[in-house]
Design a protein around this ligand. Structure first.
Ligand code: UDP
Length: 491
């Protein structure tokens, strides 16, 4: 398809959380690179994190505008600067955070009224229900963006709309969810929805579902080959189009784009990249458990000991807020970094994850199975050690380990509720971590087959994004849909 005229203007409204914003910014860049005008709404603290990306797209003259709207912290009783979910110390502030997100509607609409060309479509995060009203007000279609794949979205839908839970008496015995690919089994305790328990949140959930029903379609960061028939099944049950346009992280082609993606990289990162250059190909385990949860120091110590005991080279990411005095004291008393010198490295703060995963020295990824991380691991053709923590991550683990067969479980059985990380303490022991690493790097037949499957999947992920690939074609379809105007047939 030829590039659309610049009058196709897509408005992106992300949820202010790293796992949601990062893929949406990538997606905006993908649509802009295909000739659409893109406007992405953000707030000052978040814009600061994306400064390099913003400057680069301006430098390249891409038709993409980042618009900063002040986040009304004070108005809703949030401390100033609490503009991203990863800054909230606990879910108690979640309702206020969503309240503040709701207050962005008016200034965004005001900005949109003045913006030229006029908007022709909106892609907004599933959690931002008011965007449905905004799209209607502007007479434009709205597509919902789930910051996860179709596999977890369909499984949640099928659990909700079947009576499969009626006969389940144990929280801990795996059962089959109807309508999912063969081999899909999960326990009741592991189902999404068990991680956040806030009274006011139910009201939000209701609004989100209503807004989802009103949307014209769904856009996902995934690719057709990964989804094992879930896209067709989901389209059928919701009666709307579902387009997979990813893995969107692959739009970051050069090293500096990968390095500064989503936040300013920690000062340890340069050193890490140089160290990786000195390591043997496919020898290093990269351990990073996402952007949101801050595990108990005792649990992190187990992770450190497990990495140490594995005898395998590693990069360990300790995020801000985790590296508090208890953990830091332990690292010092144990002379941890001194002892693992030459074999292991610690990054404190934001790791340039995609740049690290793309390094030839990385041979495995210990991940919490956040959708973006799992997908980024697949793009780098990596086998994974899976340590799900919350939300749909246990479902993603089933996809990685049982369906795709590119992962080894670390042995986490139940989710950790957000805000209760310290209360829960240790769920995974040092020896389980070391055992999973050994299994992953093993040269036995299983290990080799796992690596082969990961390599094949990585190739499919890349092909999907190339011209003629499924995701590339889906971007064309989305643009065609927008250009064809409001009268579109349902699926
Ligand atoms: N990420 C990163 N550096 C970090 C931590 C996270 O670049 O130190 C990125 C990661 O590459 C991914 C996103 O943040 O794109 C996290 O999203 P994911 O869905 O994996 O997990 P979440 O943080 O939402 O739990």
């Amino acid at each position: 398809m030829s590039s659309p005229p610049h009058s196709v203007h897509i408005v992106f409204v992300p949820l202010l959380a790293q796992g949601h914003m990062i893929p949406m910014v990538d997606m905006a860049q993908i649509f802009a690179s295909r000739g659409a005008v893109a406007t992405i709404y953000t707030t000052p603290v978040n814009a600061h994190r994306f400064r390099t990306t913003i400057d680069r797209s301006t430098e390249l003259g891409m038709p993409i505008q980042f618009v900063e709207i002040p986040f009304p912290c004070e108005e809703v009783g949030l401390p100033i600067g609490y503009e991203n979910l990863d800054i909230l110390p606990s879910p108690e502030l979640l309702a206020k955070f969503y309240h503040a997100m709701g207050k962005l509607q008016e200034p965004i609409e005001k900005h949109l009224r003045e913006r030229t060309p006029a908007p022709s479509c909106m892609i907004s995060d599933r959690n931002i229900s008011w965007s449905s009203e905004t799209a209607q007000r502007f007479g434009i279609p709205r597509f919902v963006f789930h910051a996860m794949g179709c596999f977890p979205v369909l499984s949640a839908h099928n659990v909700k709309h079947s009576n499969c839970l009626d006969s389940i008496t144990s929280d801990l015995v795996p059962f089959e969810v109807p309508g999912m690919p063969k081999g899909f089994k999960i326990t009741k305790a592991q189902l999404p929805g068990n991680s956040v328990h806030q009274q006011d949140f139910e009201v939000f959930r209701g609004k989100i579902q209503e807004a989802e029903l009103a949307a014209q379609g769904v856009v996902l960061n995934s690719f057709d080959d990964l989804e094992h028939g879930c896209i067709e099944a989901y389209q059928k049950v919701i009666g709307k189009r579902v387009w997979c346009v990813g893995p969107v992280s692959l739009c970051n082609k050069n090293e500096s784009d990968m390095f500064q993606r989503g936040n300013e990289a920690s000062s340890d990162a340069e050193n890490c990249m140089a160290w990786l250059d000195s390591m043997k190909p496919r020898s290093v385990i990269y351990a990073c458990l996402g952007s949101l949860y801050r595990l108990a120091p005792s649990q992190l110590m187990e992770l450190g000991r497990g990495l140490g005991a594995s005898q395998q080279p590693f990069v360990w990411v300790i995020k801000r807020g985790e590296g508090d005095s208890e953990l830091e004291n332990w690292l010092m008393e144990e002379r941890f970094e001194e002892r693992v010198k030459g074999r292991g490295i610690v990054i404190r703060g934001w790791a340039p994850q995609v740049a690290i995963l793309s390094h030839l020295a990385i041979g495995g990824f210990l991940t919490h199975c956040g959708w973006n991380s799992a997908l980024e691991g697949m793009c780098s053709a990596l086998p994974m050690i899976t340590w799900p923590l919350f939300a749909e991550q246990f479902v993603n683990e089933v996809l990685v380990v049982d369906i795709l067969r590119i992962g080894v479980r670390v042995g986490a059985k139940v989710p950790v509720r957000w805000g209760e990380e310290r209360k829960v303490g240790i769920l995974v022991r040092e020896d389980e971590i070391a055992r999973a690493i050994h299994a992953l790097v093993s040269e036995d037949e299983e290990g080799q087959e796992r690596r082969k499957r990961a390599a094949e999947l990585g190739e499919k992920a890349r092909q999907a994004m190339q011209e003629g690939g499924s995701s590339h074609s889906n971007v064309s379809r989305v643009l065609q849909y927008i250009m064809a105007g409001p009268t579109q047939e349902a699926v």
